[in-house]
Design a binder for this molecule. Structure first.
Ligand code: C5P
Length: 316
């Protein structure tokens, strides 16, 4: 096969708790991650030369080493030089629907699709866990983006325990178009403000005591949608809400629209709300749209998804 098209799902964080420091300088986390049906399409095509080419229809996405999708292809080229010599380089075309720098793991999802697609294109025969291990070296969210669905993520976010599908739940997402928040800034600021309460890397008792993800895990196992809504949590809101009034405004507007629950996703600035039906989600969208009435506000209505990467065509 000389080309593949894949769909890569965005994720939201139903739960994000910062436990403490890690020896590698990252934060020890407990998260519940959920794939949603908002996808980018990634087209991969074998090209005659030994180069990696990236193009994207979104002006903010760089075509070079700053793009996680490029780095994913580069990683495989370095790990598997024989495959590069045999099959040649690859052209990666990214068709963006997932907003960029939004807390929805769009870049990680693109890298995940490149790993899955190039494994097929180069006939590497890697297992999902081998792909996830490679993905983990590119970014903390990449292993989850490969697996998709619902998962408890610990460590720096890359240690995954799959969780049961919690049934159909609808999601409204809103983001101010020109607002982005750097993930590194969020964690750094959190460290500056809250590191006195961090668990030390070797203090396992402290880590066990600090974990509060149990009730959310239970609510998902019971498919209790109102409880899932009530238990949404994200420690990074503590640094984002005071600095970005637009995020706070969205949180409050969703709250007033009578949703199952609302939260900032990841390091933001996207805010999501959960609703029990598509109709209800669309109603919430309209309410928040008219409450805020800003031409700079983008919305998406979507639903939970149980897949990370889907192969939609394997052309020649
Ligand atoms: O892993 P990723 O490249 O997505 O992380 C982006 C940044 O977020 C890191 O450079 C780090 O500053 C912060 N981070 C962290 N702890 C984590 C995950 C991310 O401090 N568990």
């Amino acid at each position: 096969m000389r080309s593949y098209s894949l769909l890569a799902s965005a994720k939201i964080n139903l739960y994000l708790e910062i436990i403490g420091d890690r020896l590698d300088g990252y934060h020890e986390l407990a998260m519940v991650l959920q794939s949603i049906d908002l996808v980018d399409r990634i087209d991969l095509r074998a090209i005659g030369t030994d180069t990696i080419r990236v193009r994207c229809d979104h002006p903010q996405v760089p075509p070079d080493k700053n793009n996680l999708a490029y780095r994913a292809a580069d990683l495989l080229a370095k790990q598997f030089p024989d495959a590069l010599a045999k099959y040649g380089g690859v052209e990666i075309a990214i068709h963006k629907q997932i907003p960029v720098a939004a807390g929805l793991a769009g870049g990680s999802a693109n890298a995940a699709a490149v790993l899955v697609g190039m494994d097929l294109l180069w006939q590497l025969g890697l297992t999902q866990s081998e792909l996830q291990e490679l993905g983990g070296t590119l970014g903390s969210d990449v292993p989850f983006c490969i697996a998709g669905g619902t998962a408890l993520a610990t460590g720096r976010g890359d240690q995954l325990s799959p969780m049961p599908d919690c049934g159909p739940l609808y999601v409204v997402l809103a983001k101010f178009r020109n607002l982005s928040i750097s993930t590194a800034w969020s964690y750094q600021t959190y460290r500056q403000q809250f590191s006195s309460s961090y668990c030390a890397p070797e203090d396992l008792d402290c880590r066990r005591e600090r974990l509060h993800s149990g009730p959310m895990v239970g609510a998902i196992a019971q498919k209790d949608r109102s409880k899932i809504g009530q238990l949404l949590h994200n420690d990074l809101e503590k640094v984002a809400l005071p600095v970005y009034p637009q995020v706070l405004q969205l949180r409050e507007a969703f709250d007033s629209a009578g949703v199952l629950g609302t939260m900032m996703s990841g390091s933001g600035p996207t805010v999501f709300a959960l609703a029990e039906s598509q109709e209800r989600a669309e109603e919430v969208q309209e309410r928040v749209k008219s409450a805020i009435a800003s031409p700079d506000l983008d919305f998406w209505v979507t639903k939970f998804s149980n897949t990370g990467i889907r192969i939609v065509s394997d052309g020649n």
